[in-house]
Design a protein around this ligand. Structure first.
Ligand SMILES: *[C@@H]1O[C@H](CO)[C@@H](O)[C@H](O)[C@H]1NC(C)=O
Ligand SMILES: *[C@@H]1O[C@H](CO)[C@@H](O)[C@H](O)[C@H]1NC(C)=O
Ligand SMILES: *[C@@H]1O[C@H](CO)[C@@H](O)[C@H](O)[C@H]1NC(C)=O
Ligand SMILES: *[C@@H]1O[C@H](CO)[C@@H](O)[C@H](O)[C@H]1NC(C)=O
Length: 176
């Protein structure tokens, strides 16, 4: 009975020490997305190599550039980066979305707060909306070599017809 109180105290002190040592830092990029109100499926399965700083800037390094199928197909470059704020990724680079057989670099992704069940992909001129639920879980992302062939056909065509390319067109063809 005399030993009970000191022992109880020492246990509770130990408990408090180990509890306060737990870091609130997200351990995966998926948790980071989720803690910012964004769906985890925005990035493909198996991402482990990433950096994140307190300004919200993140960088993700994939093993290979790849494509994942959603309502539209998304293409991920080797490096994906952007600025993460609650409900939004701004200054995005490294993700493009396919529409009408063309690839558009996605510049911004955002969701409504409170959630409307929709997610918006800003591709510069327009913003496309998708159902949020299709991005709930990370997808398999597969290397797609077809794009390379189409790219060189386009480059040859534009060379042949002497098309004067502005920056946007140049950007577009590099994604094809
Ligand atoms: C993470 O990606 C970077 C850039 O591609 C690479 O230099 C680095 O070796 C990678 N780290 C790991 C642990 O794979
Ligand atoms: C990806 O990022 C790494 C490290 O930041 C850099 O060294 C590499 O050149 C980048 N790769 C591409 C394809 O941009
Ligand atoms: C993203 O964050 C970086 C570093 O904080 C900043 O320099 C850059 O302007 C930001 N870009 C956008 C589009 O918000
Ligand atoms: C593009 O043109 C080059 C030569 O200019 C040729 O070697 C290559 O096969 C062409 N590619 C396609 C896909 O037609």
């Amino acid at each position: 009975m005399f030993n009970f109180i000191p022992c109880f105290l020492c246990f509770s002190t130990l408990f408090q020490i180990s509890f306060s040592e737990q870091q609130p830092q997200p351990t995966t990029i998926y948790e980071l997305l989720r803690s910012n109100g964004l769906p985890m499926g925005l990035l493909p399965k198996g991402v482990t190599n990433f950096t994140f700083d307190t300004s919200g800037r993140f960088e993700v390094h994939l093993d290979q550039a790849c494509n994942a199928k959603f309502e539209d197909e998304l293409h991920y470059d080797l490096n994906v980066s952007g600025n993460l704020t609650y409900g939004q990724i701004g200054g995005l680079s490294g993700i493009s979305a396919q529409d009408l057989f063309l690839w558009f670099p996605v510049k911004e992704i955002r969701v409504d707060i409170p959630s409307s069940g929709l997610i918006y992909f800003d591709v510069g001129v327009v913003s496309k909306q998708f159902s949020l639920s299709s991005f709930e879980t990370p997808r398999e992302c597969l290397a797609n070599s077809n794009r390379v062939v189409v790219q060189s056909v386009f480059k040859n065509l534009s060379r042949k017809f002497g098309t004067r390319k502005n920056d946007d067109q140049e950007h577009l063809t590099t994604f094809l």
